[in-house]
Ligand binder design. Structure first.
Ligand code: ATP
Ligand code: MG
Length: 424
């Protein structure tokens, strides 16, 4: 036997027993986002590395150590996308979507980050994102949060919401200086990563997961003390909309996001049911990004959710997803003629019964063992076409879920009988 080829660490297969959860989530997202007037956008999985460097920021986990890059002389020319926002903005600029227009968009697909794999943290994972362009007010910030809350409801989930305002770039500059002097005073207590970020990006230290650093963060200066009146009004406006929609939230003055491009509103949906991986959806406003990537100044706000973590929560919450079972399983005698007749019959049924879920047995087994497979398939009815049925142009219909007697039905009546039975 040849050597078995393993899958790549941190990259998962999603098997047929799992996909109903994915489909349920994807359908819910499609339904809700299109009901709010959002359009789906699809963009490539590979982009110039430069795009992510310039948007996410050089001094971030993603750009410093998590990107899969290749190509060019230094093997760093292209990267697998580690997130969707930058690529979505690039696509918007490339296609002129931001010229005198507003856009409400969503996307879904795989993202790649070279992280240490563990439960809820993978190297290929999947995100769904929503991004809105061309609106500056807190109303869209609120809309994005409100529609995600609607999604949680539909999925039977109950995560908690944290919000914060991190101000404009100018405000953050002042805050940054305050942080810099605070953390410099306590330099000896910082972990190595935070120490390295001290000069270039002290805000990032607030996001540190090292317990000792987190203790230090507790007494650090607070962003809200640095917000201007306009920035405070934006945040107050957001809170009003959320209150009106009866959405509960906590203001977490320490909440910053892992990426550099955010401004004003930031938020995160959290759960205590997934251990250390507690964030299921994060987002915020990023008014500077479009311009930073070469477009004309365009206000923007969005969020992204991690599909794997949301599905894990759905399983824990016993979310009832509809699993689409087979309606019919067609069993036939094992001669070439009977098999051809079975195929003809099944295609006729598929033509006439819109959306019918019908499996036809393929293979060499006898009728008895085909019936066992029909039963195991969880189909509702078996259709049996043996020598006798063929000779009399009939077929046997057997209800596999009830102990009713089986019936012999003329093939010409089959469509009518089945449409009645399947409807009940
Ligand atoms: P974390 O703090 O858990 O590392 P993050 O801040 O890096 O998350 P974002 O870049 O904001 O995450 O991505 C949005 C969502 O994508 C997260 O809330 C999470 O649900 C999911 N996510 C991020 N990284 C991974 C990963 N490696 N594997 C699975 N899901 C992930
Ligand atoms: Mg991360």
């Amino acid at each position: 036997m040849s050597k078995v080829i393993q899958s790549i660490r941190g990259m998962n297969d999603i098997l047929p027993e799992e996909t109903p959860y994915w489909q349920f989530l994807e359908n819910a997202v499609r339904e809700i986002l299109s009901s709010y007037g959002y359009g789906e956008i699809r963009f490539p999985i590979v982009e110039h590395t430069e795009l992510f460097k310039r948007s996410i920021g050089e001094v971030t986990d993603i750009v410093e150590k998590e990107m899969y890059s290749f190509g060019g002389e230094d093997n760093l020319k292209y990267s697998l996308r580690p997130e969707g926002t930058a690529a979505c903005v690039r696509a918007g600029i490339s296609n002129g979507l931001f010229y005198n227009q507003t856009q409400k968009l969503w996307y879904m697909g795989p993202m790649f980050r070279h992280e240490r794999p563990q439960k809820g943290r993978y190297r290929q994972f999947h995100q769904i994102g929503a991004e809105v362009f061309g609106y500056g007010g807190p109303d869209v910030d609120a809309e994005l949060i409100i529609l995600s809350a609607r999604l949680w409801k539909k999925l039977g989930l109950n995560p908690s919401l944290e919000i914060n305002s991190i101000g404009s770039i100018e405000t953050r500059g002042n805050y940054r200086n305050a942080l810099l002097s605070y953390f410099t005073k306590h330099k000896d207590q910082l972990d190595a990563d935070s120490l390295r970020r001290l000069e270039r990006n002290p805000l990032r230290i607030l996001d540190s997961k090292v317990p000792q650093t987190q203790d230090l963060v507790k007494d650090a200066p607070i962003m809200s003390d640095y917000l201007s009146d306009l920035e405070k009004a934006h945040f107050a406006g957001l809170k009003n909309f959320l209150d009106d929609a009866s959405i509960e939230y906590t203001v977490n003055p320490r909440l910053v996001r892992g990426l550099d491009y955010y401004s004003l509103t930031v938020f995160e949906w959290l759960t205590d049911k997934l251990g250390a991986q507690n964030a299921i959806c994060s987002g915020g406003r990023y008014d500077g990004l479009v311009e930073q990537l070469g477009g004309k100044p365009t206000q923007a706000v969005g969020w992204a959710l991690g599909i794997e973590r949301v599905i894990e929560l759905m399983k824990q919450a016993n979310t009832s997803i509809e699993i689409q079972k087979l309606d019919l399983f067609l069993v036939s005698g094992n001669t070439p003629e009977l098999k051809r007749e079975a195929f003809r019959l099944s295609e006729g049924l598929r033509d006439a019964l819109n959306g019918v879920k019908l499996a036809v047995y393929c293979g060499e087994a006898g009728i008895k063992s085909q019936m066992k497979k029909a039963d195991k398939s969880e189909a509702r009815f078996a259709l049996i076409l043996g020598e006798d049925e063929s000779a009399s142009t009939t077929v046997v219909l057997k209800d596999l879920r009830q102990r009713a007697a089986q019936e012999t039905i003329a093939q010409k009546d089959l469509i009518k009988v089945l449409s009645e039975r399947l409807a009940s």
